[in-house]
Design a protein around this ligand. Structure first.
Ligand SMILES: [Zn+2]
Length: 130
């Protein structure tokens, strides 16, 4: 009853508008990004969908030198980052505009680029304060 959990459909719909959708557990307050009808902490099914502000820090990343989709050939090498978003949860996305020679490290602050995210329909992040 009343399960308002995050689904892949509404996560993707939010991305097409340039935002990350999360769900917040009404019972314990946990924020999660993985589609589910229940809370991973307490099992409650009263989850509220919310739009995240797109701020977070790099958890990990990889530089891709091979285009895993032919459409990305012109973009190699490109960076795929796993971002720990503020409030909890991790989201994969592209990391753009990292200067040549810049040494990435965990916990660097990033934010979602709303217009690039909407255009690509996947999360696109940029380094904050660069
Ligand atoms: Zn909970």
């Amino acid at each position: 009853m009343g399960a308002e959990g995050l689904s892949l459909q509404n996560f993707n719909e939010a991305l097409s508008r340039g935002v990350i959708a999360v769900s917040i557990c009404s019972a314990c307050g946990r924020q999660q990004v993985i589609p589910s009808v229940s809370c991973f902490s307490c099992g409650a099914t009263q989850l509220q969908m919310k739009e995240h502000n797109g701020y977070g820090v790099i958890f990990s990343w990889v530089t891709c030198h091979y285009p895993f989709d032919a459409a990305w050939q012109a973009e190699v090498p490109y960076i795929v980052a796993l971002v720990e978003i503020d409030g909890g949860g991790r989201v994969y996305g592209r990391l753009l505009d990292v200067p040549a020679g810049f040494r990435l490290r965990a916990e660097l602050p990033v934010n979602l680029d709303a217009s690039e995210t909407a255009a690509k329909s996947y999360p696109v992040f940029r380094l904050r304060g660069k």
